[in-house]
Structure formats: structure tokens, C-alpha cells
Design a protein around this ligand. Sequence first.
Ligand SMILES: [Zn+2]
Length: 228
Amino acid sequence: MLIPLTLTPSFADFCQFCRQRSRVTVMPSICGHCLSRLPFRPKRIPVSFAELQVILPPLVSKMIICPFYYTGVVRQSILRMKFSGRWHTARAFGPLLANAVRRERVVADWIVPVPLHDSRLKQRGFNQAEKLAVFMGSALDLPVRKSWLVRREDTPRQSEAEEGARFRAVLNAFEVPENIRLDNQAVLLVDDVYTTGATLAAAAKTLAAAGAYVQPVVLASNQGKPMI
Ligand SMILES: [Zn+2]
């Protein structure tokens, strides 16, 4: 017997966190119960580049759109994306990132994910920032342009280098291909986690040097998190 297409359970119907289908949901790919357990950041504690010892061009927004603390379910999901290949939670996080962008009333033309170096990409098989960008892009109806930003140097993992060395290494790690000009284009620059901010600042600086107005968007950060 043929099952009508509309009744076929699709992968996207499942909550990406508890795998259940039946719970009431207001967002795609996440049920109401799991949504209520996510560590949302209060809006009055924004994430900013303020702590970084680097001058960013005026074309880079100093305030970063970031809906979550890097803790609990969000931290587990990001670690699973990175190290166990389980990127499907990006289906749920993408629309939540899109909501955060809408709340700030930011208008953009394009979405660019922070790239991984080729060797890291081969190792992992996908770029988690790109997965987030793609699902955020479909929720916002904005095109994703991953080729506009290239990581030409691999930088040491955070655990393998002291912060100062990592910062210096990452500052010049990105480039925009020569034939791309981004004057007057508003770009949402997407990454998964803001920790030291060095990677995001370097990527934003590079896009701005090609003429783009850059609004960084990250899924999670512990900046300003109360110590309790
Ligand atoms: Zn759930």
C-alpha cells in the first residue's frame, strides 16, 4: 500500500534532542520540553568584542548576536556535532538563531559561515558553522556563501596552544578570494561558539576588509555568565 506523502514521517519531524515526535512543538525539530531546557542568555547581557585587544573596523558590529550560554544541552550538542559527527541538532538550532537575528531587527543580504581549514574539514567531514548557517539561512530565507571566506592557515587547537599564541596565529588566518568584492553587502557571519573571540574577530575583520558590513552570530558563549 502506498502511504500518502504527507503522512510519511520525515526526519525533520523528530525532536533532535529527545527523538520523540508527539510532544507539542512551536519550533521545527525541537519539542516544547527540550526547548524549555535550553540555556537561553538573558538579553540584557549581550556578547561583545570588548575584551579583545584588537581594533576592529567600523564595518564590524561590536555586539554579537548569541542566544545561548555554552552549557548544558547546548554544550553537549556542540561537542557531539564536533566530535561525534552528530550535526542534526543544527536543524533545531538554525531556526533558533534566525529568531535571535529577527529579535535584533538586523537586515542582511548574505550568510557566511566561519570556515574550517581543509585539513580539519577532511578530518571532521563537515563544518558545524556551515550546518548552522544553512538551517538559519532557510529560516531567514537568506543565501549562504561559504566560498567567500577561506581559512588559509590551520591554527592550533585551543587546548594545544596558550591563548596569546593562538590569538596571534588566528588573526591572519582568513582571506576573501581575490575576485570577490563585498562593498555595501550586509553579511551575517556564523560560528558555533564564542570563547576567546579571536577566530570570530579575525574572520569578521577579513570580510570587512573586502567591504562587507559584518554582523557576527554565534550559537553559544559563556561571556557574562554568572559564576554560580
Ligand atoms: Zn525533545
